[in-house]
Design a protein around this ligand. Structure first.
Ligand code: PT1
Length: 280
């Protein structure tokens, strides 16, 4: 029997001294490649332990890559990758767990296994996903994108990217609340890197405050993304500092949950911000 750790009361913009750090755990074969199932779960537990040690507040487990150009995987494959990892983490750690999925069966099973947050880059638009999430009782994060990761790259013809993101997320909040998900369990995410040019990503970041009208906690994920690479000229393995800077700029503009790979760098950036906020 696995234990389920409840999600925190999600911090809201303005009322927040301590944004939450969500550590990214990829339960994909390319992330934990050598050996069989036991070995890969073991390594996932080790990676989670290291992020918690570095100051992560929660762990986000995902089995499907959603970076630009990625191909979808079958529900069976996704279940096989994700559920054993969530079960193992729920047994070993006290922290809230999140599942990065769009798949109804994975939503149901992951919440049973101990996840308290469903993080869906497709905003519960897959058939059955909304119903599965509502029935699970978990919190939900809905994100903006256009199309699918496999075809989103060219779909960047926005009149105004911020207006579209806000309108889309407002519509998803309506759909979720109508499906019975309480408003205080809904988080929103502008979807950095999803069907947006670098320029549009930075425009979104600059005007992130506009999402405050949705009256929902704002989660952001810019960690190691191409937008950080284009700004810094650095390859993916050298983007920790740029990513921490981006996360801090988002916090200044109201973000309260930070989805990151580099937990220690983000923690230090937040410590500097908090010291400034508490001074004087
Ligand atoms: C995200 C996110 C996510 N990103 C949420 N979940 C990914 N809530 C996975 C690039 O431009 O931002 N929010 N789950 C990862 N997806 C990408 C997208 C990775 C773009 C890289 C890029 O480099």
């Amino acid at each position: 029997m696995t234990r389920r750790h409840p999600c925190p009361d999600w911090p809201r913009a303005g009322a927040v001294e301590s944004p939450l750090i969500m550590g990214i755990l990829n339960a994909t074969p390319d992330s934990f490649s050598d050996g069989g199932r036991f070995n890969s779960v073991d390594r996932a537990v080790e990676a989670a332990a290291a992020m918690l040690e570095a100051g992560a507040d929660m762990i986000d487990v995902g089995g499907e890559s959603t970076r630009p150009g990625a191909e979808p995987i079958s529900p069976e494959e996704e279940l096989e990758r994700v559920i054993p990892v969530i079960e193992a983490l729920a047994t070993r750690f006290d922290c809230p767990l999140s599942v990065d999925t769009s798949t109804p069966a994975v939503i149901t099973r992951a919440v049973e296994a101990g996840a308290c947050l469903v993080n869906d880059v497709r905003a519960l638009t897959r058939p059955g996903a909304l119903e599965a999430a509502a029935a699970s009782g978990a919190s939900v994060c809905v994100m903006h994108m256009r199309g699918e990761p496999g075809d989103m790259a060219g779909r960047t013809d926005y009149a105004d990217v911020v207006d579209e993101v806000v309108a889309y997320l407002a519509g998803r909040i309506d759909a979720l609340t109508q499906a019975g998900i309480p408003a205080d369990r809904i988080l929103v995410d502008p979807g950095f890197g999803f069907a947006k040019t670098s320029e549009q990503n930075f425009d979104l970041l600059r005007r992130l405050q506009a999402l405050a009208c949705l009256d929902a906690p704002v989660l952001v994920g810019m960690s190691r993304k191409r937008m950080v690479g284009e700004a810094t000229g650095r390859p993916v393995e050298e983007r920790a500092i740029g990513s921490a800077a981006a996360a801090l700029l988002a916090v200044e503009r109201g973000a309260t949950v930070l989805r990151v790979h580099d937990v220690a760098a983000t923690r230090d950036a937040l410590a500097v911000w908090q010291a400034m906020r508490r001074a004087g």
